[in-house]
Design a protein around this ligand. Structure first.
Ligand SMILES: Nc1c(NC[C@H](O)[C@H](O)[C@H](O)CO)[nH]c(=O)[nH]c1=O
Ligand SMILES: CC(=O)[C@@H](O)COP(=O)(O)O
Length: 140
């Protein structure tokens, strides 16, 4: 049994609730346990994962959040930099599933967050578990 940390950027409550439900369902149905850590926005997620990793309390991580395009270049910064930093942590050997949605509008986000539609939260949890298996296989 693995212990998974879900790190959620709580920027849009209703969308996050759906992503979290999907992630928790996937982890529980695979027989694992989880905790959730909440940070303000997607830019804080990689730093929170790095801090949590230093404790060695968790086997894998699921990043959850929603970035919706606004009027300015800020979207590119938040979407791109959060993904870049999460990717850097995976290259350091952490097992992470990235469920941070980056969408043009709320309608796209709902379809992807809803566990009964595209279930991207569940997908991110499954990716984290797959990476954990790889870590174990390579004894990392
Ligand atoms: N616009 C969105 C943000 N922006 C906030 C940043 O992530 C960050 O919290 C702030 O710049 C302080 O460091 N975050 C999201 O998760 N989603 C957005 O759409
Ligand atoms: C992530 C974003 O693009 C958004 O929340 C920021 O909006 P804006 O560019 O209108 O300030």
């Amino acid at each position: 049994m693995a212990h998974i940390l879900i790190v959620e950027a709580r920027f849009y409550d209703h969308l996050n609730d759906m992503l979290l439900a999907g992630a928790r369902r996937a982890i529980e149905s695979a027989g694992h346990t989880h905790e959730t850590l909440t940070v303000p926005g997607a830019l804080e997620v990689p730093g929170a994962i790095a801090l949590a990793a230093a404790t060695h309390d968790y086997d894998a991580y699921v990043a959850i959040g929603v970035v919706i395009r606004g009027e300015t270049y800020h979207f590119e910064i938040v979407a791109g930099e959060s993904a870049r930093a999460i990717m850097a942590l995976t290259l350091d050997g952490l097992a992470i599933g990235n469920g941070i949605l980056t969408t043009e509008n709320e309608e796209q986000a709902i379809r992807r967050a809803d566990p009964e539609q595209l279930d991207k939260g569940g997908g991110a949890a499954e990716a984290a578990l797959a990476m954990l298996k790889l870590r174990q296989r390579f004894d990392a």
